[in-house]
Write a protein that binds this ligand. Structure first.
Ligand code: SF4
Ligand code: SF4
Length: 321
């Protein structure tokens, strides 16, 4: 894979500083029932990296004694971490909102029966990737048969109350472009998804997030290989919108990797841009969070940050505008 970092590190992106911490995004490991071609962490069924009990305890400590109100779980398939349920229950007992970034097919896997019911019982919010509502496009990106299984999983979630009007169980779908262009209007695309999925599968969901592709990891490497990197960076920079700066997720969120190391966001995690301890410059760890004030410290920025401010803006919570 081609490394995009040398092309990103010199930047004129505006300085960003942190506010109070509100959201903890935690990668529970790279184990996954799928092995999608585009996966940015190369997750798959043979991966062994999983967050262990000691770091889960540190996460719970932060949830108990900080301003964090939301725990956002990602992976791999976060449900495959053996401590997933214990962590969710403990977080909900602390009145923390829990988000599960779910690939949908895990809900149908042998050995994971009852996962959908568990999520509903604990009022976990589900955010599920569905890069397109057309079958061939989804199977091309995520593997043969994934689309049909995803539809089955969405229907199951609807039966449990997810995505229904008046229900507390929110179901969000996530779109990202398949090529070097910006996502279309989130609002308009949401209407297209809703119409298609309702008519064809009687599926309902609450909202669609559109997320801009970052010029890093596998997508960035492909851009370099095809000679499209510079054009894509120019597109991101030409589409810069200053209004998006105030909504950047790195202002109130931290990203934690499966070993407990701390980053400004998931993208910086992929670039190994660790937050350093303000006093001794070693890599900051989840066990340091309660003893370290991160408010007002600068975020580690580089040219990939233009991916968050282009057009309608982008974050793990969808468009910013
Ligand atoms: S489902 Fe998600 S985590 Fe799993 S391989 Fe695909 S992209 Fe990676
Ligand atoms: S890439 Fe990360 S650090 Fe850069 S602006 Fe976006 S959220 Fe902030």
């Amino acid at each position: 894979m081609r490394d995009t970092w040398p092309l990103l590190k010199t930047t004129d992106f505006p300085e960003v500083t942190r506010n109070a911490l509100e959201i903890l995004q935690v990668n529970l490991g790279y184990l996954c029932n799928q092995s999608c071609l585009h996966c940015h962490v190369a997750a798959g069924p043979t991966r062994k990296e999983l967050m262990e009990r000691e770091n889960i305890q540190h996460i719970l400590g932060v949830l108990s004694r900080s301003s964090v109100h939301t725990l956002d779980l990602t992976g791999g398939a976060p449900e495959m971490n053996p401590m997933f349920r214990e962590l969710v229950v403990a977080a909900r007992e602390r009145d923390i909102t829990v988000i599960d970034r779910c690939n949908l097919t895990i809900l149908l896997e042998p050995g994971f029966e009852g996962t959908a019911e568990f999520l509903a019982d604990n009022e976990v919010q589900i955010v599920a990737s569905l890069p397109c509502y057309i079958e061939d496009n989804v199977d091309g990106q995520r593997g043969k048969g994934v689309y049909q299984k995803s539809m089955q999983a969405l229907q199951r979630l609807n039966q449990l109350g997810y995505g229904k009007d008046g229900s507390k169980l929110t179901l969000t779908l996530v779109y990202n472009p398949t090529g070097p262009y910006l996502p279309p209007s989130q609002q308009a695309l949401e209407q297209d998804y809703k119409k298609f999925l309702a008519e064809k599968f009687e599926i309902e969901f609450n909202q669609l997030f559109t997320i801009t592709n970052m010029p890093i990891a596998r997508f960035g490497s492909t851009l370099i290989s095809k000679g499209e990197f510079e054009n894509y960076m120019n597109l991101l920079k030409d589409s810069f919108s200053v209004a998006n700066l105030q909504g950047l997720m790195c202002i109130n969120q931290l990203s934690i990797d499966w070993q407990g190391f701390v980053y400004d966001c998931d993208f910086n995690q992929m670039l190994n841009l660790n937050i350093r301890h303000p006093e001794n410059q070693r890599k900051l760890h989840i066990s340091d969070i309660l003893k370290t004030s991160l408010e007002k410290i600068p975020v580690l920025i580089a040219d990939h940050c233009y991916g968050c401010t282009a057009g309608q803006g982008s974050s793990c919570g969808g468009a910013l505008a």
